[in-house]
Each structure stands twice: as C-alpha cells, then as structure tokens.
Design a protein around this ligand. Sequence first.
Ligand SMILES: Nc1ncnc2c1ncn2[C@@H]1O[C@H](COP(=O)(O)OP(=O)(O)OP(=O)(O)O)[C@@H](O)[C@H]1O
Length: 248
Amino acid sequence: MQSDAQTLINIDNVSYAYDDRPVLEDITLDIQRGEFLGLIGPNAGGKSTLLKLILGLLQPDRGTIRVFGDSPASARGRLGYVPQHAAFGRDFPISVEETVMLGRLGLSGSYGRFSRDDHERARAALATVEIEDLRRRGLQELSGGQLQRVLIARALVCEPEVLLLDEPTANIDMRAEEDIFALLKEYNAHMTIVVVSHDIAFISTYVSRVACLNRQLVCHQTAQLDGKLIEQLYGAPMHLINHNHHHD
Ligand SMILES: Nc1ncnc2c1ncn2[C@@H]1O[C@H](COP(=O)(O)OP(=O)(O)OP(=O)(O)O)[C@@H](O)[C@H]1O
C-alpha cells in the first residue's frame, strides 16, 4: 500500500464485474502527479468503468484504489470529471453559465447560494474554453462541441488537481478537438490529466503516456506504441503482459 509521494492514484490489483460479467481484471496502475495519461482500448474494454472506480462511483470487487492516499470517495472533491457528453441529458431549461456553476456546488461556504466569487470563476472558466459569449444560451441550443466545452468548464471550476475526461472530443470536429487538447496541454502544467480516447494517433501527440485497456491492462510509453501493439490490442483476444513501471 506504500506509494511514493508523487503517486496520486494507486490502482492495485483491481477487478470489477457488472453482475457476473467481468469487465476489469487485475488492473494495477499508478498515475503520477503531472502526468497526461491517455486511456485507450476497444469498445467495452472497461475504460469508463475504470474512471468510475477512480471517482468512487463504483467499488472494486477485488483490489484497492487509493486517491491521494485515501479512499476515492473522500478524494472526490479534488477530482474533476468530464463525462461522455452523449451520456449527459440536456433536455431541461438550464443555461450554459448555470451548468458551469454546478461545478461550484459545495465548494463555496454558502451552500445552495452562489457567491460573486463563484460567478467570477464560472465566467473565467467559460472564457478559458472560449465560449463566454454563449453563457446565457440554453443547453438545448448548443452543438456537440459547444456542449463539450461547457462540460470541461464545469469540471475546471472545481479547480481539480486531477481531471478525468471520458472521450471529451467524440463527435467533435477536428479543429475543435485540437483546440480542446491544446487547452488540456496547457492545464497539464499544473493539473494531472487522464483522458479516455479512441483516437490513438491523435492523442499520442499530446499525452505523456498511454495505458491500453482491454479488460486487462498493458501500459506503454507513447514512443513504444507501434502498429504491432495496436493490432494486438484491437485485433486479437489479448493475453496481456502487465508492464508496470515500478517494481518495488
Ligand atoms: N451499468 C452497467 N451495467 C451493466 N453492464 C455495464 C454497465 N456499464 C457498462 N457495462 C458493460 O461493461 C463493459 C465495459 O464498459 P465501459 O463503458 O467501461 O467500456 P469502455 O471501454 O468505456 O467502452 P467504449 O469505448 O465503448 O465507451 C461493456 O461490456 C458494457 O456493456
């Protein structure tokens, strides 16, 4: 259970099944402060499930997860989460700015009532993702890319130390995708980032490391992510080698 000071997220031999269908098996992975980790793998490989375990939304069947050396639930206030936008219902009358403000819930002293400071932070986050001009719009009126930026701004106003993003640029055009990743790269200077993606070629120019997940885990540096590995990961049933960086 002992981990070095820079390890923010420690996943130790974690297995998880929905009912009796195993989704993750013996996952061991340490995420260090300052990393920009890409989590890749085929559909149904367990990527979203792993994020939910890190967030404490699900509990491992076996193994342990420590976040900042503590249980995921008690560390949740230090984590930002951008869910898959397709999974985010928006059929209710709420504005862009109000949505971003939800990220401040429970952070400011006066619970249930936002302070001027909360408003300023929401504006600043919207400016950061370059959609301040949309702040009075209803969520229903946004494009997929605009909604994605709203969800990122909402995560940013929590001022998280770690930002977890689940396919933040799915269904977003290339230019917007590049903008969002350029922005994430800037944030990575003071924020640890874990991003789920299908587009290995694209994210490999941004991330510092990739973890490949297909029920089990292979972890490689970007430089080692060659065609053979990708074919192995997506092509055949995998008998994976678990390459951990730390052997204590
Ligand atoms: N709430 C749930 N109940 C039952 N099974 C689930 C649930 N959520 C996910 N699953 C199943 O668990 C498996 C892993 O799903 P998960 O969403 O973690 O994969 P993923 O790698 O994020 O996939 P994708 O790339 O398609 O988003 C899939 O087979 C999925 O059908």
